[in-house]
Design a protein around this ligand. Structure first.
Ligand code: SAM
Ligand code: DTB
Ligand code: SF4
Length: 332
C-alpha cells in the first residue's frame, strides 16, 4: 500500500486535508481499483445495504433570472417549460405525505430564485419546512443565495439541510453561469454552515468540463470548513433550448469515477445518484452503489425532468438487496 492509500484510509480520524495532486492521483486510478477502494471506504462508514430515498418537488418553477446554461428554469433560455408561482401549502404537504408513504425519508424542495427575499413567499416556505418536519421527514431546500439572517430563520424553522451546488471546479464555473460567481456560491454555503444547517453541495457531470475541473470540485468541497453532509452527483440532462442542449450523453464510467472519488475523500457524506439516473440501467446503477452512492431521488419527476417510476426503483432495490430505509452511518 502506498503512502497516499494509507493516508486516505486514515482520512476520518485526522484533520488532514488533501491537495490537488493527491486527489488527482486517486481520481485517475484504474477504474476497477478505484471502485474497490471506494467500496472498502464505504463499508467502513456505512451499511452498504442501506440507502436513503429522497423525494423532490419544484415549489416555484421557471422564470429564474440566473443564466445557468444547463437549466430548464432560466428565463435566459427558450425552453418549453411553463413558469409557475409558489405552490400552495396543501399541495406541498400532500406531496410530502405521499413521498413518505412511498418510502422517502427526506423531502427536498427547489425554487427557481436567484436569492431568497424577505417576503411572504419566504414566510410560506418556512411554514412548509415546519410542517414537513412535523411529518417526521428530513427537509432540504434549494432556494438560491441566502444571507446569514435568512439562514438563521431556516434553522429556526427546523430545516435539516440546504442544497446549493458548486456544480464544477472554480475555473470552469464562468463557462456555465455568468450571473453569479463561485465566490457567491461559497459565501452562501458559509452562511448556511454558520447557522448550523447541514450542507448539500453537488456537481454536474457532462457540461464540457475536464477531469481537472472535476478534481478541482472534489478539492473544493473536501476543504470546506465542514464537509457537506450530502453530495448530489448529477449527470447532465440536456434540455432543448438551453446552452447545453447538444452535449454528448454522459458515460456511466464518468459518473462512477466521480462517485468513487467522492466516497474516498468524503467518507462520511451521503453521495446521491441524482439527475440523469433515468438513462442508466439497473446494472449501471448497481456499480454506482458499489462505488459508494447511497441515496437516490424517488418519483417519476425530479424538478422539471422525468425520473424513474417508483415501482421500477423498488424492483431494482429488491434485486440488489438494498433497503431504502436510510443510509445508515456506522459512526453514529
Ligand atoms: N435555484 C437553485 C440553485 O441555484 O441552487 C436551484 C435548484 S437547481 C435546479 C438544483 C441543481 O440541479 C443544480 O445546481 C444542478 O446541479 C442540478 N440541475 C439543474 N438542471 C440540471 C440538468 N439539466 N441536468 C443535470 N442537473 C441539473
Ligand atoms: C441536485 O443536485 N439535483 C437535484 C437536487 N439537487 C435538487 C435536482 C436535479 C434537477 C434536475 C433537472 C430538473 O429536473 O429540472
Ligand atoms: Fe435558477 Fe437554480 Fe436553474 Fe440556475 S439552477 S437557472 S439558479 S433555478
Amino acid at each position: 500500500m502506498n503512502n497516499l492509500e494509507t493516508k486516505t484510509q486514515k482520512i476520518n480520524q485526522s484533520e488532514e486535508n488533501f491537495n490537488l495532486e493527491e486527489i488527482k492521483e486517486i481520481y485517475h486510478k484504474p477504474l476497477i481499483e478505484l471502485i474497490h477502494q471506494a467500496a472498502e471506504v464505504h463499508r467502513n462508514h456505512f451499511d452498504p445495504k442501506a440507502i436513503q430515498l429522497c423525494s423532490l418537488l419544484s415549489i416555484k418553477t421557471g422564470g429564474c433570472p440566473e443564466n445557468c446554461s444547463y437549466c430548464s428554469q432560466s428565463a435566459h433560455h427558450k425552453t418549453s417549460l411553463k413558469p409557475e408561482d409558489l405552490k400552495s401549502m396543501d399541495e406541498v404537504l400532500d406531496m410530502a405525505k405521499n413521498a413518505k408513504q412511498n418510502g422517502a425519508s427526506r423531502f427536498c424542495m427547489g425554487a427557481a430564485w436567484r436569492q431568497v427575499k424577505d417576503n411572504d413567499d419566504f414566510d410560506s416556505v418556512l411554514e412548509m419546512i415546519r410542517n414537513i418536519r412535523k411529518e417526521n421527514l428530513e427537509s432540504c431546500v434549494s432556494l438560491g443565495m441566502v444571507t446569514e439572517e435568512q439562514a438563521l430563520k431556516l434553522k429556526e424553522a427546523g430545516l435539516t439541510s440546504y442544497n446549493h451546488n458548486l456544480d464544477t471546479g472554480s475555473k470552469y464555473y464562468d463557462k456555465v453561469v455568468t450571473t453569479r460567481t463561485y465566490e457567491d456560491r461559497l459565501h452562501t454555503l458559509k452562511n448556511i454552515q454558520k447557522a448550523g444547517i447541514k450542507v448539500c453541495c453537488g456537481a454536474i457531470i457532462g457540461m464540457g468540463e475536464s477531469d481537472e475541473d472535476r478534481v478541482e470540485f472534489i478539492y473544493t468541497i473536501s476543504n470546506l470548513e465542514q464537509p457537506p453532509e450530502s453530495i448530489p452527483v448529477n449527470a447532465l440532462v440536456p434540455i432543448k433550448g438551453t446552452g447545453l442542449e447538444n452535449q454528448n450523453p454522459v458515460l456511466i464510467w464518468d459518473v462512477i469515477r466521480m462517485i468513487a472519488a467522492l466516497r474516498i475523500f468524503l467518507p462520511t457524506s451521503i453521495v446521491r445518484l441524482s439527475a440523469g439516473r433515468a438513462n442508466f440501467s439497473h446494472a449501471e446503477q448497481a456499480l454506482c452503489f458499489l462505488a459508494g452512492a447511497n441515496s437516490i431521488f424517488l418519483g417519476d419527476k425530479l424538478l422539471t425532468t422525468p425520473n424513474i417510476a417508483e415501482t421500477d426503483d423498488h424492483d431494482m432495490l429488491k434485486i440488489l438487496g438494498i433497503s431504502g430505509d436510510k443510509a445508515v452511518s456506522l459512526n453514529q
